[in-house]
Design a protein around this ligand. Structure first.
Ligand code: NAD
Length: 370
């Protein structure tokens, strides 16, 4: 079978390579059982790239990412590189990839798998069945706006400045991603901002409304202040379908939503660029967790977030919805069978290693695939 699907795999640091090895098992299974084949290139990023090539994101890695149909990213960083100056930190690896590939829409699902409903910090009945997704603008806003920095004012006191800047095009393109996504789900977008106190928030609300009216009037749209959205996520999270947010508010709301699900080790994400004139869309998929240096090398990390990131990749980059669902179901079935890595361990369940979790997912895939 021709290998027509080009993947760049970037395991990175810490538990990255360990959890990525379990995705390889799933890929092997797919190639055996699902009549699909992938052309896989592996590259260096983060601390691993710093050690080998002196930079957290070598040009070669960026070129390979451009050449690939999709990038599967592990995680970067760790104590070994913590004392390096800011401009040489491993975390710059992911920032450069986002910037160079124009990955402006970060999609973070917060899904509560039924067997894990008790692991949430909220009551099980508040989160059972939760399936929401946060679309966060990821290349603009206050993390990039100028002026920024710390300077000393005329009285000798230090002043810290960050600037929230959004152009209407930046807002419109991420709003389109959210509306488009909602159409494939429960058809509702909640757009968050602080239009009551921020000028950029007023523009955000106006542009989202315009895009909605002109292109997505069939989708239900509600506007909500970001602070209220945080409160509503904690009290009635199931009212949401797609939440649209700026870089800053999306950062906060998506971590909050992740906490509702009980474990960092279960949550995937995707970051998408624009569809180019040639129809190609750059996309990077990664778990929301970091490199977990505290448990790296011990074989106990939960590989599910990385495996589910691969499922997202199949859905978004290759339109392989059925295969994506198979993988998601297999993960759920393993959990329903009582298997747990340490991070999601519950009384009466069987504690298993990273590798056994990967093997169990593949075994379930064998059972449920026709
Ligand atoms: P982290 O997500 O790595 O870990 C937080 C806690 O969750 C740790 O106790 C860890 O053991 C646990 N954990 C995370 N993933 C797990 C998994 N799959 N299975 C079991 N337990 C898991 O966050 P942190 O400790 O704040 O950061 C560690 C390093 O990762 C830092 O260098 C940070 O900059 C980096 N980081 C990288 C990314 C990325 O690559 N995109 C994202 C976040 C943090």
């Amino acid at each position: 079978m021709p290998a027509n699907k080009k993947l760049l795999v970037l395991p990175g640091d810490g538990i990255g390579p360990e959890v990525m090895a379990e995705v390889r098992r799933v890929i092997d299974w797919m190639e055996r059982r699902r009549r699909v084949s992938f052309e896989i290139t592996e590259g260096l990023v983060g601390g691993a790239a710093l050690d080998a090539e002196g930079t957290p994101c070598p040009d070669r890695t960026v070129a390979a990412a451009r050449d690939a149909d999709a990038v599967l990213f592990g995680s970067v960083g760790g104590p070994k590189w913590d004392s390096l100056p800011f401009d040489r930190r491993p975390e710059l690896g992911i920032l450069r990839l986002r910037k160079d590939l124009g990955l402006f829409a970060n999609l973070r699902p917060a899904i509560v798998f039924d067997p894990l409903a008790d692991a949430s910090s909220l009551k099980a009945d508040v989160v059972r069945g939760l399936d929401i997704i946060i679309v966060r603008e990821s290349t603009g806003g206050i993390y990039f706006g100028e002026p920024r920095g710390v300077h000393t004012d005329s009285s000798g006191k230090r002043v810290g400045i960050d600037t929230e800047v959004y152009s209407e095009d930046e807002i419109a393109r991420v709003a389109r991603v959210a509306f488009d996504l909602a159409r494939k789900r429960r058809n509702k977008v909640t757009s968050t901002e602080k239009a009551n106190v921020m000028q950029s928030g007023r523009l955000w609300r106006a542009v989202v409304s315009e895009v909605h009216k002109a292109e997505f009037a069939d989708v239900e749209l509600e506007h909500m202040y970001a602070d209220n959205a945080a409160m509503q996520l904690c009290s009635r999270p199931k009212q949401f379908d797609v939440i649209l947010a700026s870089n800053l508010f999306g950062d906060v709301l998506s971590d909050l939503a992740a906490a509702l699900t009980g474990s960092l080790g279960m949550l995937p994400s995707a970051t998408l660029g624009a569809v180019g004139a040639d129809g190609k869309r750059y996309a990077l998929y990664e778990p929301i967790h970091g490199s977990a240096p505290d448990i790296a090398g011990r074989g106990i990390a939960n590989p599910c977030a990385q495996i589910l990131s691969f499922a997202m990749l199949l859905r978004w980059s290759f339109g392989m919805e059925e295969d994506a669902r198979l993988i998601e179901r297999a993960v759920e079935q393993v959990l329903a069978g009582g298997m747990r890595t340490a991070d999601i361990m519950q009384a009466g369940m069987a504690r298993i290693s990273t590798a056994v979790m990967g093997e169990s997912v593949v075994r379930e895939l064998d059972k449920i695939a026709v």
